[in-house]
Ligand binder design. Structure first.
Ligand code: BV8
Length: 230
């Protein structure tokens, strides 16, 4: 049975009230990427970076999954073949919407990481600078987020899924950040059909067989209903 691999970005959480990165007034408009989403930025001003993620963690904690998240969970439950969700998002709205085994390639707001020993634990609502690691006690706690210049998580697993995909969908992502923006090429090279569901054309729109424009809460449930009706 057909294997479906789905990549999601900030656009799928936009209608749940979580900011995107590059839309007007988006997160990056308020902060320079270099200052809040790089290891250098964290080393330079850990208080600014912890505050940036504390604010997003608090917002994500009260956000509700929207119809797009729920539709993908339904697809996972009702599709006879495998449905793999890879997300660039660091919120847990896919899980709140009922999705299983979501791969968070850019990390997650609700997890903390020790930069010294690699230990991970559930992040407190507010992370302080110099917070001691529960395992090694070093003052090296950081958000468990993949910053620019750092290797995204689960890449071997993701590329293995892409090489076996029959259908690849990118939902709510501007296609400007790699390696995620290169997934459509990997899937197409493996013979998958490719579809983009986005509010507007992404930077990689020309690489997709099919594009569906509109808000995710409309386009994703429609797309899932069509797949399950076939
Ligand atoms: C790595 C965590 C290698 C932080 C993030 C030059 C050329 C090519 C690549 C590079 C280059 N220079 C540097 C690089 C590599 C770099 C990169 O790609 N830079 C870009 C800026 C050029 N990539 C990296 O550094 C990655 N690591 O390459 O490592 C390596 C190799 C060996 C050894 C070590 C390392 C790491 C990248 C991860 C960075 N971390 N996030 C955080 O979240 O705070 S990236 C950040 O951008 C988020 O994860 C986000 O998910 C991601 C992508 O953004 P989108 O999700 O697409 O969101 P965006 O706002 O851009 O778009 C939203 C879309 O939704 C829009 O299209 C909009 O139209 C649509 N939308 C809006 N509303 C709706 C909607 N759609 C539907 N419905 C709606 N309602």
């Amino acid at each position: 049975m057909e294997k479906i691999v789905i990549l999601t970005g900030a656009g799928i959480s936009a209608e749940s009230g979580l900011g995107t990165f590059r839309d007007a007034g988006g997160l990056w408009a308020q902060h320079r990427i270099e200052d809040v989403a790089t290891p250098e930025g964290f080393a330079r001003d850990p208080a600014l970076v912890q505050a940036f993620y504390n604010a997003r963690r608090a917002k994500a904690a009260t956000a509700r999954p929207n119809a797009a998240h729920v539709a993908l969970a339904r697809l996972q439950a009702d599709w006879p073949g495998a449905v793999v969700i890879v997300t660039q998002n660091v919120d847990d709205l896919h899980e709140k919407g009922g999705a299983q085994e979501v791969l968070h390639m850019h990390g997650r707001l609700d997890q903390a990481l020790c930069a010294a020993c690699g230990h991970r634990w559930p992040a407190p609502e507010e992370m302080e600078v110099g917070e001691p690691c529960p395992a090694c006690r070093a003052p090296s706690a950081r958000p468990d987020i993949v910053w620019f210049g750092e290797m995204p998580y689960d890449m071997d697993e993701v590329f293995a899924h892409l090489s076996g995909a029959d259908l690849f969908a990118a939902i709510g992502t501007s296609g400007q950040v790699y390696p995620a923006a290169g997934f459509v090429q990997e899937a197409a090279a493996a013979g998958a059909r490719t579809v983009e569901l986005n509010l507007e054309p992404s930077a990689t729109v020309s690489q997709f067989d099919e594009t569906r424009f509109g808000p995710a809460t409309r386009t994703v449930p429609e797309w899932v209903a069509e797949l399950l009706a076939d």
